[in-house]
Design a protein around this ligand. Structure first.
Ligand SMILES: Cc1cc2nc3c(=O)[nH]c(=O)nc-3n(C[C@H](O)[C@H](O)[C@H](O)COP(=O)(O)O)c2cc1C
Length: 400
């Protein structure tokens, strides 16, 4: 009789608030490193973190800078290690290596849409071949004694294999499934098909995270209602608005009736803005119980991000350019005309960058930072422009 494959009976790590829907920071290559996780945790941590992907191939060893986001993580929140690859032997070897670190579980990437990735039949490329997906899930399930999770898109060109893929998630006892509600070919800017996420949540036995264009706490609530997912996974909108996980908890407390212990969520809350200063204008009003950042708070975020992402040997000009990639997202909520984005993109030095930030963020410091991106204010270059050099999901190519 064939041996029953080992499977996890481990529960998911306890969330910050057990009675609320779960939240996670989406894995983002070149973004969700140790520095960024620390910055996000400062403003209000998600329940779970996911690393950017560890590349797995014949000569791979877990990348040291990604390991730091696990080994030196002091946020107090669990970190899942994401893998991208297709060779069973190398995947299981990498799992064995990663199990020596303090990971919450192993996550498999079945979604990266970069052509250089999918052409190697890894990431989103695997969604063309459910049989191969089944083999990989079986091998990983057998190799991972604890939590084994998957992050996937709806399919490659279309959704023809979607239900079969969901059945494989059940068959191989995946513990948590994150669904980015687009196909690989839809990249990052098409509408998100939340109806398919709802289909996943109804069909699989494990909890599902809804992912894709969840722009605000209010949107998180509506996506959860529409999909019946167990939680939300947020990526680009956490770069734009690092308070978003705190706001989700506060919003969930209103809609789900559980109180949000803000003190536990934010280890070092930013200095409060006085009631008089709260005369902020916003094109999307928040309920009063939800923290609403003002532009002065955003200025503080930019400073914190700059200091956190400073690295020995990183030339100032390169650091400024790296900051522009984060600020591309932040700028979507600063002003409706895109003036901050326009000026910020022209910064050439640290001094210059902060002078621009001061001009745009401190001339009206109490003006609201919009909870939603302003319509038509687009981070550029936009992600539908093919960039040949990109070999993964990177800030060079993906915007909003
Ligand atoms: C810069 C960037 C890098 C990304 N890198 C990864 C990655 O390493 N692994 C992964 O599964 N998804 C990656 N993604 C996809 C995100 O995890 C997420 O699925 C996608 O951005 C949609 O969610 P959002 O609309 O909340 O950003 C990346 C996205 C961005 C913007």
């Amino acid at each position: 009789m064939p041996a029953t494959p080992p499977f996890s009976t481990s529960p998911l790590p306890p969330p910050l608030l057990p009675s609320q829907p779960l939240t996670a920071l989406a894995p983002m290559q070149d973004v969700t490193d140790l520095a960024f996780m620390r910055v996000i945790a400062h403003y209000g941590a998600p329940d779970y973190f996911f690393t950017e992907f560890f590349r797995v191939h014949a000569h791979s060893r877990p990348e040291k800078h990604i390991l730091r986001s696990i080994d030196e993580n002091t946020t107090g929140r669990p970190v899942f290690a994401q893998l991208i690859g297709e060779d069973l032997g190398h995947l299981t070897r990498t799992v064995a290596e990663l199990l020596r670190h303090r990971i919450a579980g192993i996550d498999l990437n079945l979604g990266c849409p970069a052509p250089k990735v999918y052409k190697k039949n890894v990431g989103g490329g695997l969604l063309r071949d459910p049989t191969r997906v089944g083999e990989i899930l079986a091998a990983l399930r057998a190799a991972v004694p604890g939590l084994f999770t998957v992050k996937m898109r709806l399919g490659f060109d279309d959704t023809a294999h979607f239900d079969r893929l969901l059945d494989l998630i059940n068959e191989h006892r995946v513990d948590l499934l994150s669904v980015h509600g687009r196909t690989v070919k839809e990249m990052y800017r098409s509408e998100v098909h939340y109806d398919f996420i709802a289909r996943a949540a109804a069909r699989v036995r494990c909890p599902v995270f809804a992912n894709g264009n969840i722009t605000s706490a209010a949107r998180a609530v509506s996506v959860l209602a529409e999909t019946r997912a167990a939680g939300v996974m947020l990526g680009r909108h956490a770069i734009r608005n690092p308070w978003i996980f705190r706001q989700c908890r506060e919003q969930f407390a209103i809609t789900h009736g559980a109180s949000a212990p803000v003190g536990r969520v934010i280890p070092n809350p930013p200095p409060p803005i006085s009631a008089a200063d709260r005369r902020v204008k916003d094109h999307t009003p928040y309920p009063p119980a939800i923290f609403r950042p003002a532009l002065a708070d955003v200025r503080e975020y930019v400073e914190r991000l700059y200091r956190a992402t400073q690295a020995p040997g990183l030339p100032e000009r390169d650091h400024v350019n790296k900051m522009k990639k984060y600020l591309n997202f932040v700028g979507q909520s600063v002003d409706a005309t895109g003036a901050f984005l326009h000026d910020m993109r022209r910064a050439e030095s640290e001094l210059n960058l902060f002078a621009i930030c001061d001009r745009h963020l401190l001339s009206e410091p109490t003006r609201a930072f919009s909870s939603e991106p302003y319509p038509g204010v687009i981070a550029r270059p936009n992600c539908e422009t093919p960039i040949v050099v990109a070999d993964g999901c990177s800030l060079e190519t993906i915007t909003a």
